[in-house]
Design a protein. Sequence first.
Length: 327
Amino acid sequence: MQAPTDKYGRRFEKLRVSLTNACNFNCIYCVGHDHLSGKLNRPANELSLTKGKKLNATEYKACISAIHEVSPLKQVRFTGGEPMLNPHLMQLIQHCKELGIADVGLTTNAWYLAPKLNDLLAANIDSLNISLDGIDDDVINKMAGISKAHQVKETIIMACETGLPVKINAVIMKGKNEDQILPLLEFCRKHNIKLRYIEFMEMGDYHTTKHKYTVSQDEILNTIAQRYNFKKQDRTTNSTANYWTLDQGGTFGIIANHSAPFCKDCNRLRLDSTGKLYGCLSANEGLDMLQNMHSKELLYNTLKTTLSQKQEVAFTGSSISMKFIGG
Ligand code: SAM
Ligand code: SF4
């Protein structure tokens, strides 16, 4: 059986697996207006905050194996919520490697990362994406709703020292952290880290904010141009980011969901922590995986329907925030 494709020839080759919709951080762009108004005061590390059914390790493994059989995967990336809150992370990474999936990565806020670096290496993780929305401690603390920004930066440096490929994801929001665009670039050049700025996506409570907080790709480039000269690289097929090479050394990327959308060759599928499949971040509803995974034909048809959630051109916003769908 051939993998399901849509009318544009798109197929699922990269799977994002959300290991929980709980998180110990309260990032301003992810948890929404409660945070902005200062109303949210959640205890850290509260797995009980998880909403809905929680897939167990056996179910996660069965879901990943079944998807890989019907639509062979080149990449699995564990995310959330904060995926390091899930105690089964290491065995799930190992499971993906045993299935022969070439690229198995983790997207994390790095809070629990330092003591787990050796376990991740032993599990054969291929790469780490770490969220960091500034360099000044007070900006990081405000953006992430935490109080120990320095711990995150120290952990990022430790992660780089393991030799694992590390990328930093930085969401830039109008009026919040635009002044961190250049400091982030300096930090990443110094530590040889691949930096990707992310255009803010209107999700969850921000679904209707009409670009009030968006800092566009051009605005990010204009800021970088104040200090650097750079050239655009050719875009790699299926890449979410555009990349530039700095004349002064180093590179940076921008994930420009609004200004330079990449839907036309998007090959990503998302599985949330309750067992729902999403073919697109713009989708407001997921399809049930657990009920449809036991027959190849049923799963094929489910993936085909999930593919039809993909946008033709650009992300259109979603009422579900990233922490629930899996970023
Ligand atoms: N907790 C982990 C972390 O923060 O890296 C993984 C989950 S988080 C939802 C995954 C990614 O989504 C992060 O890089 C975060 O910056 C990004 N993200 C969350 N909400 C976003 C939004 N509204 N717009 C753009 N990126 C967003
Ligand atoms: Fe948590 Fe990641 Fe969302 Fe921040 S972006 S609140 S760390 S899930």
